[in-house]
Write a protein that binds this ligand. Sequence first.
Ligand code: GLU
Length: 281
Amino acid sequence: MHFTTRFAPSPTGLLHRGHAFSALTAWTAAREARGRFLLRIEDTDFTRCRPEYEIALIEDLTWLGLDWDGPVVRQSERRAAYDAALERLRDMGVLYRCFRTRKELMALAGGAPHGDDPVDARAFTGGPLSADEEAALLAQGKAFAWRLSLAAALGRLGGFDALTWVEETADPGAKTARPETLGDMVVGRKDIGAGYVIASVVDDAAQGVTHVIRGEDLIETTSIQRVLQALLDLPTPAYRHHRLLLGPDGKRYAKRDGSVTLMALREAGVTAEELRAELGF
Ligand code: GLU
């Protein structure tokens, strides 16, 4: 299949050096392979995304000298496809509603023993409620998240050991999904419907992505996404989880650190050539 990769930022803040490194890594790989480089805006969470950040990131990428093939895809315009996938998963019985807040879960995790057994992952969330408890909370209009039950997924797939993917980076080889490390992950919410984790696997398949090139901070998410691909009968691309760029303090760049945004660099007179050279491109 024709080499196809993508850069898939969420417009929840301004891009920084780490994003530039990631985008340049994917773009260079696509151009070297004479393949396609797609730009996908992952804006499923309308409570956190802002149009001005989307405008800014397109300006930043253009300034960096990147171009992309085909139109920009916005996940906010493809909600129906993700909600259909969410519904399929719900019909399979591998999702449950979790009404607990983050704070409640932290308290719960503090008191519960954690094992490697996927069934134990429910200890982080309390697992599904009884039908009566759930009906009562729904009647109160309480917010909830849809979580992927690893125990149910394990039962349906008969194990996770066959869920492999090809890793093509510094630590190459065949990797096997270990979704237990993240537990029963949130894959949707009452307010936004299907979230990023589902939207991303649905789109990688729909867009014919052959190579997912992204930071190694997402490697655990890949395990969950590998489970979702198996449940939804979607193909598994090859993955290249690249190293994360570290700032002078040895910490990874974060969106909240305004001083290193590409916009700030640009305004300070740094040229795209200088930044590219600094990042090794
Ligand atoms: N939207 C994700 C982020 O901004 C990237 C997901 C991906 O590349 O698969 O962190």
